[in-house]
Design a protein around this ligand. Structure first.
Ligand SMILES: Nc1ncnc2c1ncn2[C@@H]1O[C@H](COP(=O)(O)OP(=O)(O)OP(=O)(O)O)[C@@H](O)[C@H]1O
Ligand SMILES: [Mg+2]
Length: 689
């Protein structure tokens, strides 16, 4: 049966959780609100406490990075992944951010600072801010994240919300608060995570109404709260401008401080007769509406100085100054972000000292671990998102590899290449390098990750590659590398020729690395093919055991090595291991069953391998031939064990195939296979043209 409009709408209704709706839209009296506090004191948290608890509510885990314990907030991974916005490889930065929120939540001083995310373009600063906002929105809808405000009784059964959605407890006059909090704290059903506090005064609008209504009740605050005030549960929402604000610099002519702190409502001035009547003022600036939540300042240091003064008061005093009104209390997290050039300007500007002093800077660098960088791109380029095109293996990997290489600093260690350094950072091992060395390398590269190619550039170029070849049903690494290279010519942020040259050479390094990886895979694929193995295996036996080629019959794979069996027999007979066998030949020795150290091998040579004119700088970056050992275990590298010798100088050896098999866990398993072939024999072909 095909669905009709009615059935579709019916199905929609089934998804609704009306109970949850009622819960989230709770309204009640002030008295009922006090009962809610008794059960759930967390409802009185301030903005920093709520934000920190929101992050914690998703859980944490401890991880070790180079022996150092790091707390990983699942919020930035699991929660964020739900919105396709997961942050990878920045655990250290995010822990620092989390710790800043924690100290602010406990009132240790950071709540009086502007938090400044500082980093190069495209390092996920906006993503972090976006996640925090989204997290708050969702948290305010959960039981744990409940947050309330209040409204005043208006004419004809209407209710007027406090324009800055203030804390209902601010309705308790300052002189009664100490006793009030004492009594409330004693009545709590459970010990609160944070002590209950009432901070700040009502906004000018509510203050006016409060005084007006109190007169009506002859100063009886309790009666007034009962008769005139309704408490309601609020849901933070950026769309509705409740508890979450964003401020973005525009040109000076189009922006003034009213955008931050609210503006006069000229229509109402006529009604109320004065421009200083709070009822004739719209408390709807970004700092007003973000009260109880978070305000994000995009590119904060691009702002005109006049705005920065507002920011100073907002952070240090938690007060803003709407035009014609007294200072007004706010309770919100202020988060800004900026790039390096603006930050340097701030550093050099002595008039900005006050701001400099009030900022807590958190560096958000680029990712320097390859596996994390790959995840960034897999987020947007995966089979679910890229329909109708196959992304060939290693396509994303090569792009990520290049991006990471551009961000690393040349190691001081003479024998370590940039590529090797990248592999070390990626968790590979390299003989002679311990975890301590890696820590040392990271310490040495102080500015690492704060420059280089941004993920945005890579994302753009992968997109280009996807659309540039409509006739193809796939994209491969060479297409992406090509896009990356031609894009460099017009890259607006690369102005320095040396840097451009360096980036281009790194592309060659990546190309070479890709070819090496593919060759190894081709070898492994051949080895994994049973038939090919059988052939290789028979050939090996003929060559090594002197078996007559005419000898027929299958040579089962799952059989002990003949030599090994003979050795076993000999041992059982108590003979010397090296005694001559019946055919007068030595049984195979251990080192023949395993890889012979230092033995020089030559792999299948592929067409187009290694650009003949690899730049000398690229060699320095990639290292001398055959010197790259930071590799997956078991993956062969050309020239390994004969470092320094140029494999290009080698003469091709005629076809010699050597296969070694090791019996393990009762199953035949290939450990190493050496393939040797002529220079012009092709094993799989591709073109890098
Ligand atoms: N560490 C990371 N983890 C996941 N995604 C990342 C990471 N770094 C960058 N990205 C991705 O890169 C893109 C750019 O990120 P974003 O816009 O947050 O950067 P930004 O630091 O705000 O840049 P700008 O300074 O130019 O405003 C986004 O698609 C983001 O998801
Ligand atoms: Mg941004």
């Amino acid at each position: 049966m095909t669905a009709t409009g009615k059935t579709i709408l019916g199905a929609l209704r089934n998804q609704l959780d009306l109970g949850q709706y009622t819960k989230v839209h709770w309204e009640g009296t002030f008295e009922q609100y006090l009962d809610i506090i008794r059960e759930n004191p967390e409802v009185t948290r301030n903005a920093y406490q709520r934000l920190y608890d929101m992050i914690l509510s998703h859980g944490t885990e401890e991880i070790y990075e180079n022996k150092e314990k790091i707390t990983r907030f699942k919020f930035f991974a699991q929660f964020a992944a739900r919105y396709d916005d997961a942050i990878y490889g920045l655990d250290r930065t995010l822990m620092q951010l989390g710790n800043t929120f924690k100290s602010a939540a406990y009132g240790y001083g950071t709540e009086r600072r502007v938090l400044l995310l500082h980093g190069p373009v495209g390092s996920s600063k906006s993503t972090i801010a976006r996640l925090l906002k989204r997290g708050l929105e969702e948290y305010s809808r959960s039981d744990d994240g409940m947050v309330c405000s209040f409204s005043w009784k208006g004419e004809n059964d209407t209710w007027i919300k406090d324009p800055m959605h203030g804390d209902p407890l601010q309705l308790i006059p300052a002189d009664l608060r100490i006793e009030f909090i004492k009594q409330l704290s004693e009545a709590l059903a459970k010990p609160p995570k944070y002590p209950i506090q009432v901070k700040g005064e009502l906004c000018p609008f509510s203050r006016y109404i409060f005084n007006d209504r109190l007169q009506k009740y002859n100063g009886d605050v309790s009666a007034m709260l009962e008769g005139e005030v309704k408490v309601y549960r609020m849901v933070l929402s950026e769309q509705d401008r409740i508890g979450i604000g964003t401020f973005q610099p525009k040109d000076e002519k189009n922006q003034d401080s009213t955008e931050l702190t609210g503006d006069l409502n000229y229509r109402k001035i006529a009604e109320y007769g004065s421009d200083s009547d709070p009822r004739a003022f719209n408390f709807d600036g970004e700092l007003n509406i973000a009260n109880r939540g978070l305000v994000e300042f995009i590119e904060v240091l691009k702002l005109d100085v006049a705005f920065l003064y507002d920011l100073l008061g907002a952070s240090q005093e938690h007060k803003i100054k709407p035009k014609k009104f007294a200072q007004t209390d706010i309770d919100e997290v202020i988060l800004g972000h900026t790039n390096e050039p603006e930050y340097r300007r701030l550093q050099n500007n002595e008039f900005m000292e006050a701001l400099r002093d009030r900022t807590v800077k958190i560096d958000v660098p680029y990712v320097t671990r390859l596996s994390d960088e790959i995840k960034i791109y897999e987020k947007s380029f995966n089979p679910e998102k890229v329909l109708g095109k196959h992304i060939a293996p290693h396509t994303i990997e090569v792009a990520a590899m290049w991006a990471v290489l551009t961000r690393l600093e040349q190691p001081k260690h003479a024998s370590l290449t940039l590529l090797q350094k990248m592999k070390l950072y990626n968790g590979k091992t390299l003989p002679g390098f311990t975890e301590d060395n890696i820590v040392e390398l990271k310490r040495e590269g102080t500015n690492e990750g704060m420059h280089g190619i941004s993920p945005r550039y890579i994302q753009d170029k992968i997109s280009n590659a996807l659309v540039a070849h409509p006739e193809e049903d796939n994209i491969n690494p060479f297409m992406v590398l090509h896009e990356l290279e031609i894009g460099l010519r017009h890259h607006s942020l690369i102005t320095n020729q040396d840097q451009l040259q360096h980036f281009k050479e790194l592309l060659q390094v990546v190309k070479q690395e890709y070819e090496d990886v593919v060759k190894n895979e081709v070898q492994r694929a051949i080895a994994a093919d049973e038939d090919a193995l059988q052939r290789l295996w028979r050939q090996l036996h003929r060559q090594r055991q002197g078996v007559h080629p005419a000898r027929k019959g299958p040579q089962p794979l799952h059989r002990e090595l003949r030599g090994a069996r003979r050795t076993a027999h000999a041992q059982r007979r108590g003979e010397d291991r090296h005694s001559r066998g019946p055919q007068g030949r030595l049984p195979p020795r251990d080192h023949e069953l395993h890889r012979r150290p230092g033995h020089r091998r030559q792999e299948v040579r592929l067409p187009h391998q290694r650009a003949a004119d690899e730049g000398t700088r690229a060699q320095a970056v990639r290292g001398p031939e055959g010197h790259d050992q930071a590799d997956q275990p078991g993956v062969q590298r050309r020239g390994q064990g004969n470092s320094g010798k140029d494999r290009r100088g080698e003469r091709p050896i005629d076809q010699v195939l050597r296969l070694q098999r090791v019996e393990r866990h009762g199953r035949a398993q290939l450990r190493r296979q050496y393939l040797r072939s002529g220079a012009d024999e092709e094993v799989g072909a591709w073109s890098d043209g």
